[in-house]
Design a protein around this ligand. Structure first.
Ligand code: F6P
Length: 324
């Protein structure tokens, strides 16, 4: 049982609002427990290049409300190779780092899992991604803020859609998952939601548009970027051909969903997860993700969270059919 004295913290993959709150909690909890906490800049790329800096309590002052990540992040191809991970390990050893806390998504956790098998360095993951697609936790840091960003944007689209009697196909992020589309669609009162988890859902839209002729004057259709029928533009073009009388437009929200000041909810779960990650390392835990389930902090083996698929709540999907 190696005594943990120095820990590294990094943010990896797509940035997410609330990552800074998690970094702050890791640093403050580490210092509170007499540890040295090192910031590893630019994710795995910075680990490989030795961009490692000792942090103190002032390093994380005034950041809890900031979107993005003060440590910056990067997607790092070199880390996919053993040589890259070996360089990273050597840099950690040069700094005397005993363990690493990684704030990121499934891709980042996969890399951490591989490295922790090849080298004697404990990793603990904190789920930081707007996609909310990680198995074992109800929420990932950034998801709540992204939902609210989408809702504010789509409420604006709703104004112009009703003014012109238009149908808007709005594309949102989420990688291969439909969590952002499903929950923001419900919150916006969307008439249709297209997600990768529901096969054949475009036929529901066709039916809706057919019936629509007798009903609504404007519609919002949320489209998850990973939808198997294609993105908002290709789906809208198909619908324009099939329903030439309708005034159809598209909006792709893109990286707007990744920014902004984190919501109170995200700040709180990020703070809880950051604190618990340090305490888990001090308890000699490793290769786990810190999650939250039914409001309680849980520990999920990293091997499970990267391998198992998180299901969408089908009850929510059925509710859309009723409410739209
Ligand atoms: O994983 C977060 C995410 O925003 C996904 O929803 C999206 O598909 C991806 O990152 C975009 O990646 P990048 O910012 O590298 O273009």
């Amino acid at each position: 049982m190696k005594e943990i004295k120095k820990i590294g913290v990094l943010t990896s993959g797509g940035d997410a609002p609330g990552m800074n709150a998690a970094v702050r909690a890791v640093v403050r909890t580490g210092i509170y427990n007499g540890l040295e906490v090192y910031g590893i800049r630019r994710g795995y790329q910075g680990m490989i290049e030795g961009e490692i800096v000792l942090l103190d309590t002032d390093s994380v002052s005034g950041i809890i409300h900031l979107g993005g990540t003060i440590l910056q992040t990067a997607r790092c191809k070199e880390f996919f190779s053993f040589e890259g991970r070996k360089k990273a390990y050597e840099q950690l050893m040069l700094s005397g780092i005993d363990a690493v806390i990684i704030i990121g998504g499934d891709g980042s956790f996969t890399g951490a899992g591989i490295m922790s098998k090849e080298f004697d360095i404990p990793f603990i993951g904190i789920p930081g991604t707007i996609d909310n697609d990680l198995y074992g936790t109800d929420y990932t840091i950034g998801f709540d803020t992204a939902l609210n960003t989408v809702v504010q944007a789509v409420d604006k689209i709703h104004d112009t859609a009703t003014s012109h009697g238009r149908i808007f196909f709005v594309e949102v992020m989420g990688k291969e998952a439909g969590f952002v589309a499903l929950q923001s669609g419900i919150a916006c009162g969307a008439e249709g939601i297209l997600i990768p988890e529901e096969k054949g859902d475009l036929n529901k839209i066709r039916k809706y548009l057919t019936d629509r002729a007798r009903r609504k004057k404007s519609s919002i259709i949320m489209v998850a970027e990973g939808e198997d029928e294609g993105g908002a533009i290709s789906i809208a073009n198909k619908m324009k051909e099939e329903f030439p009388d309708f005034d159809i437009r598209t909006t792709i929200l893109g990286h707007v969903q990744r920014g902004g000041s984190p919501s109170a909810f995200d700040r709180i779960i990020a703070s809880r997860m950051g604190k618990d990650a340090v305490e888990a390392l001090m308890d000699n835990q490793k290769s786990i993700m810190i999650g939250v389930v039914n409001g309680e902090i849980v520990h999920v083996p990293l091997s499970k969270t990267v391998k198992l698929h998180k299901m969408v709540n089908m009850e929510l999907l059925e509710m859309v059919d009723i409410l739209s």
